[in-house]
Design a protein around this ligand. Structure first.
Ligand code: IYR
Length: 225
């Protein structure tokens, strides 16, 4: 049975005075500007409820027809992390030693990435995110999801923001291809692996590439008509 339209008042909306709006917008930008992707993580544990709240935040993302076409798989088990590392490094070795065109390898040089992925075992949490182009109902019927990739991408952006806001660091890791995530994590075929997000405290004295702090100015990324 399709849901019917039921409109309720949006009592959670808050308007701010223009001054407050300006301050909030610039403070939020200043805070988000401090976010850096790190590639070395501490083994310090992180309470699970922080991760749960960040995922709940991601789950509020705007998405196609509110079908919420995403699945977050949180891995803290060292045995599973080890399996993921072995599988990811295998793909990455092929990527760096031939599969990637030279142009792509050159683009990665200022980031210093390579096929070794110790962070997959060091970080307390890996969050594998899957996009579902369709859902399967308990009776086996398939329900199509709309804008599964766009919706999942937006949710991941909010997840990364929530993780930063909580005072943790993350790394968007994209081993390619990522089919091993379905196998190792036992996910069904309607779940397409989208990203492996590494989450935790940065390693002590972590270094980040200077190159990645250079952000395009507003005039280059935005056009006002
Ligand atoms: N997936 C590889 C390569 C890689 C690709 C891009 I685009 C990056 O911004 C960083 C890395 C890896 O994770 O090393």
């Amino acid at each position: 049975m399709p849901e019917t339209l039921n409109l309720i008042s949006h009592s959670d909306y808050r308007e701010y005075a223009p001054d407050d709006m300006q301050r909030r917008a610039s403070e939020f930008y200043a805070d988000l500007r401090r976010r850096r992707t790190v590639r070395e993580f501490s083994r310090r544990p992180v309470p699970r409820d922080i991760i749960e709240n960040c995922i709940l935040t991601a789950g509020t993302a705007p998405n196609g027809a509110n079908l919420q076409p995403w699945q977050f798989v949180v891995i803290s088990d060292p045995t599973i992390k080890h399996k993921l590392r072995v599988a990811a490094e295998e793909e990455e070795r092929e990527f760096y030693n031939g599969r990637a065109p030279q142009e792509w390898i050159d683009a990665l040089t200022p980031l210093g990435t390579d096929p070794n992925k110790p962070f997959l075992e060091d970080a307390p949490y890996l969050i594998a995110i899957f996009a579902k182009s369709y859902d399967v109902l308990p009776d086996g019927r398939k329900v199509k999801n709309y804008y599964a990739s766009e919706s999942t991408g937006i949710a991941i952006g909010m997840l990364i923001t929530a993780i930063h806001n909580a005072g943790l660091a993350s790394l968007t890791h994209t081993p390619s291809p990522m089919g091993f995530l379905n196998q190792i994590l036992g996910r069904p075929e309607n779940e397409r692996p989208f990203l492996l997000l590494v989450v935790g405290y940065p390693a002590d004295d972590v270094k980040v590439p200077a190159f990645a702090s250079k952000k395009k100015p507003l005039a280059q990324i935005a056009t006002f008509l």
